[in-house]
Design a protein around this ligand. Structure first.
Ligand code: FAD
Length: 473
C-alpha cells in the first residue's frame, strides 16, 4: 500500500491525526506532500510574513519527517484548482492506495477538497480528519440542532462536551523502515518580507517550548495581565496555531497538566486562557455554519446599509500608525513592524477604524490579513465583525471605544506607546495620551500628527450612520 499525507495547515509531526492514521500500517509506504499555491494566497491576502513563516516551518517539517524516514514531495503551482489537479495526477502516477489529510474549514479550501475527493473517488481511499479544532464543527449545537449565536452558552455546551471527548494528543509516528531522501523546499514565488525569527522561531520544538513556559510560568497571571500590551502576559502562540505547527489539543493537554483544576475555577488564569481557545473554536464553528462569512458578508445584514467613508487618506494614516491617537499608532506600528499585535490593541484599532473613521471593516480585515503572521480567516473576520458590530455576539453598535481612555486604562504610563513612538519619548506619563496638549503648554512642536478626527464628533456621526442604516434596512 502507498499512503500519501497531504500537508496543508498542519505543519507538524506530533499530534497530527492524518499523519498518525497514515502510519498505522507498518507495511505501507508513506509519502508526504506539500503544495504551495501563491496565486491563491494572494487572493486570500496572505501576509508575506506568514508565507515566510510557513516556508521556515516547512523546512523544519521536512527534517522531522526525514527523521522518521518519510519523504516530503514539494510542489508549487498557482492556485487551489491547479493544486487539486496536480495531486490527482501525483496519486495516479504513484499508484497511491490511500490519501490522508486534515480538514480545513474555509469555503475555497472545502471546495478544493471536494474536487479532489470527487476526482480520486475511483482511484484511492480518501481519509480526512478533524484535527485543527478541539471539537468538530457542528458538534456543539443548541437543543434544536443549530449553531449557537452567542458565545457564553456555546462555551458552556462546548466545555461540557469536551469532558466526554477524546482530545488526547497523538505521538509522532514511529520511524519507518526504509531510509528516504530529503526534498528541497524552493523559495515560494511570493512577496518577501523580513520575519523576526527571534520573536517567532520556527518549528514544533520552539512552539512546544513556548507553550510549556507559558503554562508553567505565566498562565496563572493571565487573567490580570492579558489586557496590558506593555507586558508579555499572553502566550503569543497564535502564529503556530494559525499554520498548524501546534494543535489546540497540545495546548489543552499542556494546560491541564500544569493546572489540573482549570475547569473548576472560572476565575483562574488557566480558565480564562482556555476561554480564548474556545473563542478560536467558536469562530471556526460559525464559519462552517454560516459560509457567507467566508465571502465577507456581515452576520447582521442591516449593517451592510451603513454609508461608509471612502477617505483614503484616513485609511492610509491608520495603516501607517499616523492617526494622532498614540495607542492606535503604537499598535499599528507593532503590527507593521512585527506582524503581530496584542489582542486588546486589535480591538482598539479595529474600533477606531470603523467607529471613529467610519471606514468599512472589510478594509481593516484585509489590511490585517496582509500584515499578520497569525492571519486566520475565522478569527480575523470574527474579530473585525465583533468590532464593527456586524457579527454575532458582537459589541452593540452604540458601544464605541474611546481611544484615549482605552489607552489610559491599558497603557497607563505609556510604556507600550513609547516603545513604538520614539517621537513621544519626552512626553511625561501624565500627558502621553494627549501629547499635543502638553506640547502646547511647553511651547514645543512635536513631530507627531494632530488627531485625525475629534472623537466626540466622530462618535456622534457613527451613531447616526448606524441608526440611519438600521432604518433603511
Ligand atoms: P492568547 O491570549 O495567548 O490566546 C491563546 C490562543 O487563543 C491564541 O493564540 C489564539 O489562537 C486564540 N485566541 C485568543 N483570542 C482569540 C479571539 N478573540 N478569537 C479567536 N481566537 C483567539 N487571532 C488570530 O489567530 N488570527 C487573526 O487573524 C486574528 N485577527 C484578529 C482581528 C481582530 C480585529 C481581533 C479583535 C482579534 C483577532 N484575533 C486573531 C484574535 C486575537 O487577537 C489573537 O488570537 C491573539 O491576540 C493572539 O495572541 P496570543 O497567541 O498571545 O493569544
Amino acid at each position: 500500500a502507498t499512503h500519501v499525507v497531504w500537508f496543508r495547515n498542519d505543519l507538524r509531526i506530533t499530534d497530527n491525526r492524518a499523519l498518525h492514521a497514515a502510519c498505522q500500517d507498518p507495511q505501507a509506504k508513506v509519502i508526504a506532500v506539500y503544495i504551495a499555491t501563491p496565486e491563491q494566497w494572494k487572493q486570500h491576502d496572505m501576509a508575506p510574513r506568514q508565507a515566510a513563516f510557513i516556508h521556515q516551518n516547512l523546512q523544519c517539517l521536512v527534517h522531522a519527517l526525514a527523521g522518521k524516514n518519510i519523504p516530503l514531495f514539494y510542489h508549487q503551482c498557482t492556485d487551489f484548482t491547479a493544486s487539486a489537479k496536480w495531486l490527482v495526477d501525483f496519486c495516479q502516477k504513484n499508484e497511491v492506495t490511500d490519501l490522508f489529510y486534515n480538514r480545513q474549514y474555509e469555503l475555497n479550501e472545502r471546495r478544493r477538497d471536494d474536487a479532489v475527493t470527487e476526482l480520486l473517488a475511483e482511484v484511492c481511499g480518501i481519509h480526512s480528519f478533524d484535527d485543527a479544532l478541539l471539537l468538530p464543527p457542528g458538534s456543539v449545537v443548541t437543543g434544536s440542532g443549530e449553531m449557537y449565536k452567542v458565545f457564553t452558552p456555546f462555551r458552556n455546551a462546548f466545555l461540557q462536551r469536551l469532558t466526554h471527548s477524546d482530545v488526547r494528543s497523538l505521538p509522532a509516528p514511529k520511524t519507518r523502515d526504509q531510509a528516504c531522501e530529503m526534498s528541497e523546499i524552493k523559495p515560494f514565488d511570493y512577496s518577501q518580507q523580513g520575519l523576526d525569527s527571534v520573536l517567532f522561531p520556527a518549528g514544533e520544538e520552539a512552539a512546544l517550548q513556548r507553550l510549556r513556559v507559558f503554562c508553567r510560568e505565566h498562565v496563572q497571571d493571565y487573567a490580570q495581565q492579558r489586557d496590558i500590551p506593555a507586558v508579555d502576559g499572553t502566550s503569543v502562540l497564535s502564529p503556530y496555531l494559525a499554520v498548524g505547527v501546534l494543535s489546540p489539543r497540545q495546548c489543552l493537554n499542556r494546560l491541564l497538566a500544569e493546572c489540573p483544576d482549570t475547569l473548576e475555577d472560572g476565575e483562574s488564569g488557566a480558565f480564562v486562557w482556555l476561554n480564548e481557545l474556545v473563542w478560536r473554536e467558536f469562530y471556526r464553528h460559525l464559519l462552517v455554519a454560516h459560509p457567507k462569512l467566508c465571502r465577507h458578508k456581515p452576520f447582521i445584514a442591516w449593517t451592510d446599509h451603513v454609508h461608509w467613508s471612502g477617505d483614503i487618506e484616513h485609511l492610509t494614516a491608520w495603516q501607517q500608525g499616523k492617526t494622532g491617537y498614540p495607542i492606535v499608532d503604537a499598535a499599528m506600528r507593532q503590527l507593521n513592524h512585527t506582524g503581530w499585535m496584542h489582542n486588546r490593541l486589535r480591538m482598539i484599532v479595529a474600533s477606531f477604524l470603523v467607529k471613529d473613521l467610519l471606514i468599512n471593516w472589510r478594509a481593516g480585515e484585509r489590511y490585517f490579513m496582509s500584515q499578520l503572521i497569525d492571519g486566520d480567516l475565522a478569527a480575523n473576520n470574527g474579530g473585525w465583525q465583533w468590532a464593527a458590530s456586524s457579527g454575532t455576539d458582537a459589541a452593540p453598535y452604540f458601544r464605541i471605544f474611546n481611544p484615549t481612555t482605552q489607552g489610559e486604562r491599558f497603557d497607563k504610563k505609556g510604556d507600550f506607546i513609547r516603545r513604538w513612538l520614539p517621537e513621544l519619548a519626552d512626553v511625561p506619563d501624565s500627558d502621553i495620551h494627549h501629547p499635543h496638549q502638553w506640547a502646547m503648554k511647553q511651547c514645543r512642536v512635536l513631530d507627531y500628527p494632530q488627531p485625525l478626527v475629534d472623537h466626540a464628533l466622530a462618535r456622534k456621526q457613527t451613531l447616526q450612520a448606524f441608526e440611519d442604516a438600521k432604518r433603511r434596512a
